[in-house]
Design a protein around this ligand. Sequence first.
Ligand code: GDP
Length: 329
Amino acid sequence: MDIVDMAKRIVAGERRALARAITLVESSRADHRAQSRTLLETLRNHAPERQALHIGLSGTPGVGKSSFIESFGLMLTGQALKVAVLAVDPSSARSGGSILGDKTRMEHLSRDRNAFIRPSPSQTELGGVARRTREAVALCEAAGFDVILIETVGVGQSETTVAQMSDLFILLMAPAGGDELQGVKRGIMEIADMILVNKADGALKDVATRTCADYAGALRLMRKRVYDPENFPKACTVSAWEGHGLEAAWDDMKALADWRKTEGHWATRRAEQARYWFEEEVRQSLLAQLQTNNAVASRMNTLGQAVSDGQTDASAAAAEILQMLKIQP
Ligand code: GDP
């Protein structure tokens, strides 16, 4: 595979080259990993000035993520913007089955030539999915997409992972009673830039409006973040079905992104994210050694048994493994 040629085609916006490149970065084969690294480095030199807006979007199954992305994405492509949709699916990381990968989702958007939709890579652990998605984001950015939507289901660590590759993080919610509002994890509220209460239509409209007011109140109680202008983070109602609120939400996202760019927070966040992913990749690779290095894995097993039998001290056993990995215990 000619990596320089592939890079040129990606920069020229050839979708097939982009799709093949994403397949390449999703592969865990050592030669493919090496090619991926070369490709990403080459693209940094080819298209360093290209910058897309990375929007992370999270919500529990059923809140209307695919419906929202379909309507929102079509609104953006209607404004001649190029939109890529990627996913981090923790369920596919665990079981190989996917919540987000269903082919029938976003039927119209997937046929739009200004849109590019890629389901989550199926991998054995979230760390692997995260790295591959992050690299796919970089590829889409080099390919000249204006907006990259990174979708995830609100389970466990996946929101934090997506927030770490997003410029803006959006929480999609369903209309609900006050009790359910209490159930939203504080940590998730803290990373949200906007809360969009979907399904604000028909019989659900009033509940959605009340839910939105509740979230707005909850957001006001949170500690002020330096990277927010007045009135952010904010809560709004939308209807993916009727299209209500989508333009307003997009205007808010642009306003927030512009303000952060002007104030320098955008660049700071990207810089911090780059550092985070560097450190995370070192951590993940070290962890992977415990499983992929056969000698280490087998010794871990033996020592695990010895420790549980009371024959060896836990710290001494750990020191032996670390020495095998040439790490100072
Ligand atoms: P996801 O699991 O988060 O991707 O949610 P889906 O997009 O599959 O939507 C879940 C259900 O909510 C489906 O039955 C949708 O038709 C419905 N839904 C999605 N958006 C809206 C909306 O704006 N209004 C209403 N009333 N229902 C919606």
